[in-house]
Design a protein around this ligand. Structure first.
Ligand code: ZN
Length: 166
């Protein structure tokens, strides 16, 4: 049986309610990996503050309905619920309707993704397939594959193939 991944829920990190929730039509076909391009966070307290600040930025400055990503992961491998499963995100312009957006917290032009974060995201994707949120043959992309951006940073982009290893 697949090892479960622990997800810190919106309530646990103190998310404010979304302005609107749009359900994905069917299973997600693609996973798009991002970085937050902000400093990483090292413990729950710091990560919770960072998440609240990202959500504020997305909802207030960018006028999104909610934090843009479906999930975020900290350097210690803790996974945080963003919009969660089955919800259309706001993370890759023109590519949100059939995908899930997962953000590694940090700036991976400088940082190197941790083994813990990579392993947690692999586990999260397995759970997504097992729980029927994600197509078994999903496509995995870095944001830069789909738009004019450096995201998810050079070092994380170089590590993406590790997410596909069994
Ligand atoms: Zn991105």
């Amino acid at each position: 049986m697949a090892q479960q991944v622990t997800i810190v829920s919106r309530d646990q990190w103190g998310a404010v309610p979304p302005k609107k929730v749009t359900a994905l039509k069917g299973l997600a076909k693609r996973v798009i990996i991002h970085h937050t391009a902000l400093p990483s966070c090292k413990d729950l307290e710091e990560c919770n503050k960072r998440l609240a600040s990202i959500q504020r930025g997305h909802m207030t400055d960018k006028k999104f309905d909610d934090i843009g990503y479906n999930f975020l992961v900290g350097a210690d491998g803790t996974v945080f619920e963003g919009r969660g499963w089955g919800v259309v995100g706001a993370h890759a312009y023109g590519n949100n309707d059939d995908s899930l957006g997962i953000a590694f917290m940090g700036n991976f032009n400088n940082d190197t993704p941790s083994k813990e974060a990579i392993s947690s995201v692999k586990q999260l994707l397995k759970c997504g397939v097992a729980q029927g949120h994600l197509q078994p043959e999903y496509g995995l992309f870095g944001h830069r594959d789909l738009g004019q951006t450096e995201c998810p940073g050079t070092n994380l982009y170089a590590a993406l193939s590790q997410l596909n290893e069994k």
